[in-house]
Design a protein around this ligand. Sequence first.
Ligand SMILES: Nc1ncnc2c1ncn2[C@@H]1O[C@H](COP(=O)(O)OP(=O)(O)O)[C@@H](O)[C@H]1O
Ligand SMILES: CC(=O)N[C@@H](CCC(=O)OP(=O)(O)O)C(=O)O
Length: 322
Amino acid sequence: MRRAEALKKAATLIEALPWLAGFHGATVVIKYGGNAMTEEHLREKFAEDVVFLRYAGLRPVVVHGGGPQINTQLDRLGIESTFTAGLRVTTPEAMQVVRMVLVGQVNRDVVGLINRHGPFAIGMSGEDAHLFTAVRKHAVVDGVSVDIGQVGEIVNVEAGAVRALLDDGRIPVISSVARSDDGTVYNVNADTAAAALAVALQASKLIVLTDVEGLYRDWRPGAGDGENEVVDRLSATELEKLLPTLSSGMVPKMEACLTAVRGGVPQAHVLDGRVPHSVLLEIFTDEGVGTMVLPDAPRAVAVPKPVTRRLTATAQLKGNDE
Ligand SMILES: Nc1ncnc2c1ncn2[C@@H]1O[C@H](COP(=O)(O)OP(=O)(O)O)[C@@H](O)[C@H]1O
Ligand SMILES: CC(=O)N[C@@H](CCC(=O)OP(=O)(O)O)C(=O)O
């Protein structure tokens, strides 16, 4: 290897040093969206990242989605499916398919994928060990409450089993299916489930992987990358104001980030799952990627990430540099 090239590689490794030190032992909840898991080479990179985190001394937890995979199966079976406010209207018939695909197919696939790189991943459904208890959720559209079927709102998280797995050096991989006290099974949006778990575990970070660069300021469907402006960083209050203007899949995603930071998680991120190794880039480099949501008054926590190189949220919204 040429000397210049070797020095560059060493510099990259050294750049990770403060982050490795700061995040040692930290719990990071990663939401792996169904749209982010469609390409094989990216799936491999994701699995490598998660195992890298584990070997680097962090405690990664994966909560996976599977919306496109559920759509495929519903189509095959001729079951119609619609979304309201980013949530699938879930009939009892659709619920059976949701559970089968998330727990029986996607969970197994993600566990297998991670275990190719190290024997750590263990699959769980939100129904296991009372992990997620839910009640029936209604969507609110134009201020009106709308019934969306067997969609759950998590009211309790029993994270003991997940903690035990983490203490044992495992990587829990969790499906967003929940049960109510009366035994009804509910479909929970995976962003929402990841946020509830991040709060229960008091994680150091929530990372939501998706198929766009981050939160776009004025999202225009169909516009390519670079044509929409990514909001680099924003505070909980700024996000709260923005929420009513958001649409489709971004609604549960950004609500999840808000829930996480309001619930004591110091940082929540929406990252582009199409960028290889975006999880490592976010955690171990100075730049950070995607959209970062911060609490209004960040607590004094052992998260070393300097934020000075990013635009402030206010400057972001004005479109100016600091
Ligand atoms: N403001 C916005 N910024 C970025 N994406 C947006 C925005 N509003 C709506 N979207 C849509 O939300 C989608 C992400 O949500 P979703 O399809 O549920 O992803 P996932 O399967 O990763 O959970 C994007 O692909 C985009 O089509
Ligand atoms: C209620 C609700 O909408 N549940 C989602 C659960 C899966 C999910 O969230 O998957 P992604 O993260 O890939 O979107 C659904 O049925 O599609």
